[in-house]
Design a protein around this ligand. Structure first.
Ligand code: NAI
Ligand code: MG
Length: 348
């Protein structure tokens, strides 16, 4: 029996609901698999925790968090605590502190999903830089103005672009597209392009090109079928993947894996959506992004068959339709959709 220790950070709003359901699904996967066991350590770090303690996590938070095989996060942020506080004091310190420099975001129209696009041949991956760039947090501001800096190191830029090429190569992809904006961002993105051009030389069999982020946003809508691998900076990748998830019909569907490829630190897996205060407490949050994130986690833990079991079950429920949540056209609640996924897992 393999035992994996999972640290849970449900966070705020619908994050709490989707993580509770994610745990039920993971337990069902363990039962059906027979050789897996998951033990959980649920951490209360959230905006509610902040209002009580004046901080998003305790001083020894990173030490507590490190002691596990993987981290599962719901979403963080709620009215009452400024978003830059909740993000910068919990989510971003974990991503950078654990050197989770890869943010892996598959965008795929799963069976049963209906894209708002006419061209719905959608199956690609965005590799987002996750440790520096526009989200480095440096700058200054006062009443008269603000300066926000972006940091692109050679190490940080090269490793993410190389990861994208390696990932693409290992999965038989033939195209890598780099998101840039080097016409306007005359330092950071000119440097990004330079590194992209250095790295691509090592992959002669791979068709590689760059596109300005504004044109690329249009390309996502017009020609999604031509996308295979997109590599992007922290900000660009963030925006492109919300767009990508909307192309699948809902922001509630897409997952995200924050990965330290060297395996020195645990990875953190989460849906890409936020805490959705507008639907929090209504019981209709789409849990699909969390289930898909759990599948990414299982794959990262070396349990590909378990990941496939979960994805096959999720796809069966999406295809049947009725039990899904309203954002993707169904009439189900979060719990009803989860029950359907669990029944599918156990029935296989
Ligand atoms: P959001 O993703 O929470 O919501 C955007 C829209 O999508 C809302 O209308 C919401 O109802 C809908 N939506 C999101 N997830 C859904 C789901 N699973 N099922 C059905 N509908 C869903 O983004 P927003 O409104 O910009 O941010 C809300 C809060 O979440 C803010 O405090 C923000 O900082 C935080 N946030 C946290 C993230 C994280 O923890 N990784 C990521 C993005 C935002
Ligand atoms: Mg985002």
């Amino acid at each position: 029996m393999k035992n994996f220790r999972i640290n849970l950070i449900p966070g705020d709003g619908i994050g709490v609901d989707v993580i509770a359901e994610g745990v039920r699904v993971l337990d069902a996967v363990a039962v059906r698999h027979g050789g897996l066991k998951f033990t959980y350590n649920k951490l209360p770090w959230s905006c509610a925790y902040y209002l009580e303690h004046g901080r998003m996590m305790p001083p020894d938070g990173m030490t507590v968090l490190r002691d596990c095989d993987a981290i599962l996060l719901g979403a963080v942020g709620f009215p009452g605590v400024p978003d830059h506080v909740s993000l910068r004091e919990l989510l971003l310190p974990i991503r950078t502190g654990f050197d989770q420099y890869v943010n892996l975001r598959p965008i795929k129209l799963l069976p049963g999903l209906v894209s708002p696009l006419k061209n719905d041949d959608i199956d690609f991956v965005v590799v987002r830089e996750n440790s520096e760039g526009e989200y480095c947090g440096r700058g200054r501001s006062d009443d008269n103005g603000a300066v926000q800096e972006a940091v692109f190191t050679r190490k940080g830029t090269e490793r993410i672009i190389r990861y994208a090429f390696e990932y693409a190569k290992a999965r038989g992809m033939t195209r890598v597209l780099s998101a840039t904006k080097s016409n306007a961002l005359n330092h950071s993105m000119v440097f990004w392009d330079k590194i992209f051009n250095e790295v691509r030389v090592d992959y002669p069999g791979m068709e590689s090109r760059q596109m300005h982020i504004d044109a690329l946003a249009g390309f996502f809508i017009m020609h999604p079928d031509r996308l295979q691998m997109v590599v992007a900076s922290n900000l660009f990748g963030d925006i492109l993947t919300d767009l990508g998830s909307a192309m699948l019909g809902s922001i509630g569907i897409s997952p995200s894996g924050n990965i330290n490829p060297e395996g020195i630190y645990p990875g953190m897996f989460e849906p890409i959506h936020g805490s959705a205060p507008d639907i929090a407490g209504k019981g209709i949050a789409d849990p699909a992004g969390t289930f898909w994130a759990i599948a990414l986690m299982l794959e990262q833990l070396g349990e590909k068959p378990a990941a496939d079991l979960l994805m096959d079950s999720l796809c069966a429920v999406l295809k049947a339709g009725a039990a899904t949540t309203p954002d993707i056209g169904g009439r189900g609640t979060t719990t009803e959709m989860t029950d359907a996924v669990i029944a599918s897992i156990l029935g296989r």
